[in-house]
Ligand binder design. Structure first.
Ligand SMILES: [Zn+2]
Length: 130
């Protein structure tokens, strides 16, 4: 089984940066610059307000929520990339299979832990609203 190592950091950062800009664009359909100005340097945050905003512009509720959740996962992954913990399961600490990372660069858990947890962990799970 192949695993992530530091030599792949640039490769994954490129993928994640691209995904981040895509998600930001889809969530903030009106004015991406405006949002960046609102929350300078605040990278890992709650994206519920972003999803709500996208809703106002006619984005489907499920799509908006999904995009907001993925964006927070992508940002968390970029954070782990900088910290050097990228590629390790956030649950059991074992290295995540490289093929899984290639398919899901923002994955925080190995396949076994993901399957055991079934859903995304509480921290990343979008809060259900009435
Ligand atoms: Zn694990």
């Amino acid at each position: 089984m192949k695993h992530y190592d530091r030599s792949l950091a640039g490769h994954f950062d490129g993928i994640l940066a691209w995904r981040e800009s895509e998600l930001r664009a889809s969530l903030d359909t009106d004015n991406p610059k405006e949002l960046a100005a609102e929350q300078p340097g605040n990278e890992v945050q709650d994206f519920k307000d972003l999803a709500e905003r996208a809703l106002q512009y006619g984005m489907a509720a499920l799509d908006a929520e999904r995009a907001a959740t993925e964006l927070s996962q992508v940002l968390a992954a970029r954070c782990r990339l900088r910290e050097g913990s990228f590629g390790q399961c956030a649950q059991c600490g074992k290295p995540i299979d490289l093929r899984r990372l290639e398919a899901l660069p923002a994955a925080a858990f190995c396949l076994a832990c993901q399957a055991a947890g079934e859903e995304t962990p509480a921290a990343h799970h979008p809060t259900m609203r009435a």
